[in-house]
Ligand binder design. Structure first.
Ligand SMILES: [Zn+2]
Length: 76
């Protein structure tokens, strides 16, 4: 597996990591813009923030998945 981790620049492809609800069950109390969604790869419940949403909408080469799928380096 070949994974490169570094600061994201607009236009980079890559994986956007959405935190798992099971890891941060009360995250929406701390972050008012976080909403529950499901991972498109494994259907696990995870969080999406306004910042995530902005990247998802403006950067089609970026795939948003949950933390576990991101760690596995899932290919969508
Ligand atoms: Zn997943």
């Amino acid at each position: 597996m070949d994974i490169k981790i570094g600061p994201h620049k607009k236009g980079d492809a890559g994986i956007l990591c959405m935190p798992l609800v099971s890891n941060l069950p009360d995250a929406d109390k701390k972050h008012s813009d976080w909403r529950k969604t499901t991972c498109p790869a494994c259907d696990t419940e995870c969080w999406v923030s306004n910042a995530h949403q902005k990247i998802i909408e403006s950067e089609p080469k970026v795939k948003a998945v949950c933390t576990m799928c991101a760690l596995k380096g899932i290919k969508l």
